[in-house]
Design a protein around this ligand. Structure first.
Ligand SMILES: Nc1ncnc2c1ncn2[C@@H]1O[C@H](COP(=O)(O)OP(=O)(O)OP(=O)(O)O)[C@@H](O)[C@H]1O
Length: 301
C-alpha cells in the first residue's frame, strides 16, 4: 500500500532521511518511533506528498503522491501542528473541505462534532491545543481517507479523548481497511495500537517488527531449580537474549516458539516453570540493547 524505496532527503548538509525502505500493508497500522530529530516528520511529509524525496521512490497504491492531487484526495496528513485558516471556525473549515474532498461526508462530520462536543461556530484559534487536534481529527476522518499519515497525533489530548480517537481509527481500519502510519516518541502509546513498529535513528530504519509475531516469538521465563544447572547447559539449544540468576531462580528472555522452549527447558527438570508476558518495552530493550541504541529515548510517559 505505502511503499518507500531507498528514499533520501537532505536539508543543506543534513541528511534527514537516509536510504529508507519501508512498506505498510493495506489495512494495517504502522508506528514510526524515534527520538527527537530522528527524521520522523520529514519522512511522514514525504509520504504525505508535502516534500519531494531527493531520490528514491514513494508510492501509495502504486501511485506517486508528490504534486498528484488525485492521490492526495484520499491520503490525509495531520501534522504535529495542525493548520487552519486564520479566523476560521470548525464549520468554515468543514465547508472548505467539502469543496475540496470528493468523498467528504457531512453526516459523519456532524456526528463526530456532536460526539466530541465541539462548537462548530467557535474560532479554532481560540481553542486549546487539544481541541484543535480534535478538530483536525474530525475534519480528516470526515474526508473518508484510504490512508492516514499522523505526526505525534495524540500529543495534547487527554486520556479519554485519546482512547476515543484510537477507537475511531481502529474502527475504520476494521471496517474500511484504512491504512495508517503514525509517529511517536512513546513506545507505550504504540503498544496497544500498532500492528507493526519501526525505529528510525538518524534518518535510517534501525529496527522493524510485526508486533504480533514479536509477542509470540519472545518469552520471559522464570525457572526454579533444586540444583541450578550451569549457565552453558541452560543456554544450550535455546536462543537466550538475557540470563539472570537470583538464588535458585533463573530468569531468561528467550526467542522461539512457546512449546519448543518449554520442551527444552523441561529436560533440565526445573521444580517450577513460569512463562510470563513481555511488554513491548522489554522486548525493545533486549532486542535493541545490543545495537547500542538508547532505548530510554523512546520510553516517555
Ligand atoms: N525544513 C527543514 N530545514 C532544515 N532542516 C530541517 C527541516 N526539517 C527538519 N530538519 C532537520 O532534519 C532532522 C530531522 O527532523 P524531523 O523533524 O524529521 O525529526 P523528528 O524525528 O520528527 O523529530 P521530533 O520528534 O523532534 O519531531 C533534524 O535534524 C531537523 O533539524
Amino acid at each position: 500500500m505505502i511503499k518507500a524505496e531507498a528514499v533520501n532527503k537532505k536539508f543543506e548538509d543534513l541528511q534527514a532521511v537516509r536510504d529508507l525502505t519501508l512498506h505498510v500493508k493495506k489495512g494495517s497500522i504502522y508506528g514510526l518511533l524515534g527520538s527527537n530529530g530522528a527524521g520522523k516528520s520529514t519522512f511522514l511529509k514525504i509520504i504525505a506528498g508535502v516534500y519531494k524525496p531527493d531520490n528514491g521512490k514513494l508510492t501509495i497504491e502504486d501511485q506517486p503522491i508528490y504534486e498528484q492531487p488525485d492521490t492526495k484526495q484520499t491520503v490525509l496528513f495531520i501534522s504535529d501542528q495542525p493548520y487552519f485558516f486564520n479566523l476560521a471556525t470548525l464549520q468554515d473549515m468543514a465547508d472548505f473541505y467539502a469543496g475540496v474532498y470528493e468523498r467528504w461526508n457531512m453526516k459523519r462530520y456532524e456526528q463526530l462534532t456532536k460526539h466530541f462536543r465541539m462548537d462548530p461556530k467557535k474560532r479554532l484559534n481560540r481553542m486549546s491545543k487539544g481541541m484543535q487536534r480534535q478538530a483536525a481529527f474530525i475534519l480528516t476522518l470526515a474526508t473518508m481517507p484510504n490512508v492516514l499519515v499522523l505526526d505525534e497525533p495524540f500529543d495534547g489530548l487527554d486520556p479519554v479523548i485519546r482512547q476515543q480517537m484510537k477507537n475511531l481509527i481502529m474502527q475504520d481500519v476494521a471496517d474500511r481497511e484504512l491504512t495508517l502510519i503514525v509517529s511517536s516518541h512513546n513506545l507505550r502509546e504504540m503498544e496497544d495500537f500498532c500492528d507493526y513498529v519501526g525505529v528510525l535513528h538518524e534518518g535510517s530504519l534501525l529496527f522493524e517488527r510485526d508486533l504480533d509475531e514479536l509477542r509470540t516469538d519472545i518469552h520471559k521465563l522464570q525457572l526454579a531449580f533444586k540444583e541450578v544447572p550451569n549457565e552453558d547447559s541452560l543456554k544450550q539449544d535455546l536462543d537466550v537474549l538475557h540470563y539472570e540468576l537470583k538464588g535458585s531462580v533463573v530468569f531468561l528472555i528467550v526467542k522461539g516458539q512457546n512449546d519448543e522452549i518449554l520442551a527444552k527447558v523441561n529436560r533440565l527438570n526445573p521444580a517450577v516453570v513460569d512463562m510470563l508476558p513481555l511488554t513491548l518495552e522489554e522486548i525493545f530493550i533486549y532486542e535493541l540493547g545490543g545495537a547500542g541504541y538508547e532505548i530510554e529515548n523512546l520510553i516517555v510517559e
